[in-house]
Design a protein around this ligand. Sequence first.
Ligand code: AFP
Length: 313
Amino acid sequence: MYKEPGKTKFQIELRRHLRAQDIPDDLVHLICEIAEACKYVINAVRTGDLGVAGTSNLYGEEQLALDVLSDRIIKKRLIHSGVVCNMVSEEMDEIFHVSDERAGKYSVAYDPLDGSSLVDVNLAVGTIVSIYQGCDLMQEGSRQVAAMYILYGPRVSLVYTVGNGVHEFTMNHLNEFTLTRENVTMKPSGDIYSPGGQRNKYLPGVEKYVQHLEAKGAKLRYSGGFVPDINQVLMKGKGLFMYPMLNGSPNGKLRLLYELNPMAYIVEQAGGAASTGTCRILDIKPESLDQRAPVFIGCSEDVELAKEFLNAQ
Ligand code: AFP
C-alpha cells in the first residue's frame, strides 16, 4: 500500500503513485500524458458531434466523428510526449513512426474510443492502451511494460498496471485522477458472465459452458462495451467476459493489439487469466495489426473451466 504522510488514499494522485513504482521517468511521463489526453476525449464524448466522419477504418467500419476526433487527440499528445517511437491505433491503417532518436523510447497501441457506437445511446465507453519498450509493436503481449484503460462512465476512472499490481484512479471535481483502489485482486471464481457474440453462432463447447453458467445461477452482465464489461468483472473481482470463436468467425471479434493484450495484462496482474480457449492471450505473437482472437478473460478457475468445455467438444 502506497502511503504518504498526511495524505489519505483519495488524495494520492496518479503521478505520485506512478513515481512510487520502480519504472523510468519517461514511462511515468507517457502514462500521465495519455491520462491528460483522455480529459479532452471525455469532453468530446460528452459534447462532441455524433455525426459520421465519412471515412472508414481498416475494418471497413464507418468512423464516427468521435472515433476520429479521439484518435487525433491521443495521437497528437503521443507525438509531443517526446518519448514515443511508434504508435498504432484501431483507427489507423498502419504504424505511425514518430521518432527513434532517444533510447528508452516507447511504442503504443491503443483503441481511442472502444465502444464508440454506444455513445449515441449514452452507454459507457473507454480508451484502451498498450505500451511496449522500444520500437517494436508486434511483440507478444507478455512483453508489455504498461497497460491502462480509461472508462467514461457515470464516473471517469483510470486503471493501470506496470507489472506491479492493478490500481484504479477516479477523476475528482478538480479533474485529477486520485487513487481509489490499489492492488485490485480477483477471486478464483465468480458468478458474473459477460457473453459477447450471437449465441446461435456459438460452438457446442461454448454453448454447453453457457448452459452450465445459467444452471449454476450466474448473472449475465453485458453492455456491448469491452471496457465497462471488463471493468465490472475486474472491480467486482468475480466472473468472466468472453467473446468466443463463432461459426463463421473463428477468431471472434476483438483485436489483439488494442483490446485483448492490454486487458489480458491487467487481468493477469489482478490474479485472473486470459485465454483464446487454447492458448494464453499474452503468448500470441502478433502477425498483423488487425489480428483478432477469441477470448475468455476473468477469474482463473472460470477461464480454466471454459477451456475444459471447449476441449471436450
Ligand atoms: P465498437 O468499438 O465497434 O463499438 O465495438 C466495441 C467492441 O469492439 C467491444 O467494445 C465490445 O466488447 C464488442 O465490440 C461488442 O461486440 P458486439 O456488438 O458484437 O456484442
